[in-house]
Design a protein around this ligand. Structure first.
Ligand code: NAD
Length: 336
């Protein structure tokens, strides 16, 4: 009969089984598909959480993904639920919880509603997983990352927003389609807030190392840039209900992988700027080095005056949302 203490013993010493535990808050489309992608990689156990009314959904999806393990060959342990305490022991947490914008709901209402969700889960993360790294996915992204940063009080290296990986993936696929080349050879660079004011940078986007402006004329580049900036809306218009989740969950996975495997990848993430790129006290998308410590470095590149202006415009759009949050907080509606 196999006995764990025996097979766990190597050279007389008991080998400690080290496995990451990743919490995913929000068991909707992005949350569940992120759980599935992480499970299939087999490098972390997963806890999938939602509101009490949707606890069965979270538990059911976790069980369903777990039962794919024997077919696909992974041992990932998954659990679902709605209790904050289930975050205990998580070293990485992905927050996808939030309300979609409903008919008749103003943008400001959406901001304060989702701000409350960040406040609730930020406090829970602080209590049950005080050393965790947090990736925020909930929209409006940069503002919600900022809300999470304040709610947890974590150092800036441990709170980040996912948007740039997705936006640049969209741009990469449009460039590849335009040129008829593999996406693998295309890199794209997108800065700024997540939304239609994002700043795609064609001169830093390359195909096999060749800058885009040497391969495409300005009109074709402008079309790609515009389609990238409207990439989320394009999917929403097609789906009619709900928004994208395959590419978003793939993008979260790239960030998770960079940290779990300490890859030191340079990826665009929304992070708290403290003077970098001329901005202070605001979350914006910039290239960072992601590794086991979280955001290990903010990579600053020199921008042209036109690029800096676009980034400043994007920051102003994020700042408007922060103002809504401040008003909500002052009125007590943003409190958890
Ligand atoms: P969804 O509606 O399918 O899932 C959201 C889930 O959050 C639901 O299951 C809901 O019950 C849960 N939820 C709501 N309030 C909660 C709370 N207080 N505690 C725990 N769970 C709660 O939505 P989705 O498609 O999965 O998208 C999730 C979020 O991610 C949205 O805000 C969406 O706009 C955003 N998003 C961001 C990006 C990006 O690039 N950053 C990309 C795609 C989606």
């Amino acid at each position: 009969m196999l006995c764990w203490p025996v097979i766990n013993r190597v050279g007389g010493a008991r080998r400690k089984r080290v496995r990451h535990k990743i919490g995913i808050v929000g068991a909707g489309n992005v949350g569940a598909s992120t759980a599935q992608r992480i499970a299939e990689r087999n490098y972390a156990d997963v806890v999938l959480l939602d509101i009490p009314e949707a606890e069965g959904v979270a538990r059911g999806k976790a069980l369903d993904i777990q039962e794919s393990g024997p077919v696909l060959g992974y041992d990932t342990q998954l659990e679902g639920g709605s209790s904050h305490a289930q975050l205990d022991g998580c070293d990485l947490i992905v927050v996808t919880a939030g309300m979609p914008r409903k008919p008749g709901m103003s943008r400001d209402d959406l901001v304060t509603t989702n701000q409350r969700v960040m406040n609730e889960w930020g406090a829970a993360i602080k209590e049950y997983a005080p050393e965790a790294i947090v990736i925020v996915v909930t929209n409006p992204l940069d503002a919600m990352a900022q809300a999470m940063f304040h709610a947890t009080g974590f150092p800036r290296r441990r709170v980040m927003g996912m948007a740039g990986v997705l936006d640049s993936a969209r741009m990469r696929s449009f460039i590849a389609a335009e040129l008829g080349v593999s996406v693998v050879d295309v890199s794209a660079f997108v800065l700024g807030g997540h939304g239609d004011t994002m700043v795609p940078l064609p001169r830093c986007s390359t195909v096999a190392g060749v800058p885009l402006p040497e391969l495409l004329d300005q009109d074709r580049i402008a079309r790609i840039v515009e389609r990238t900036a409207n990439g989320g809306a394009e999917i929403v218009n097609l789906l009619k209900t709900g928004s994208a989740y395959y590419a978003p969950s793939a993008s979260v996975l790239a960030m998770v992988e960079a940290m779990v495997l300490d890859q030191k990848r340079i990826l665009p993430c929304s992070v708290h700027l403290e003077g970098e790129y001329g901005h202070n006290g605001i979350f914006l998308g910039v290239p960072v080095r992601l590794g086991a410590q979280g955001v290990e470095e903010i990579v600053e590149i020199e921008l042209s005056s036109q690029e800096q202006e676009s980034l400043d415009r994007s920051a102003s759009a994020v700042e408007e949302l922060l103002e809504v949050m401040r008003r909500g907080q002052a009125a007590g509606s943003g409190a958890s």
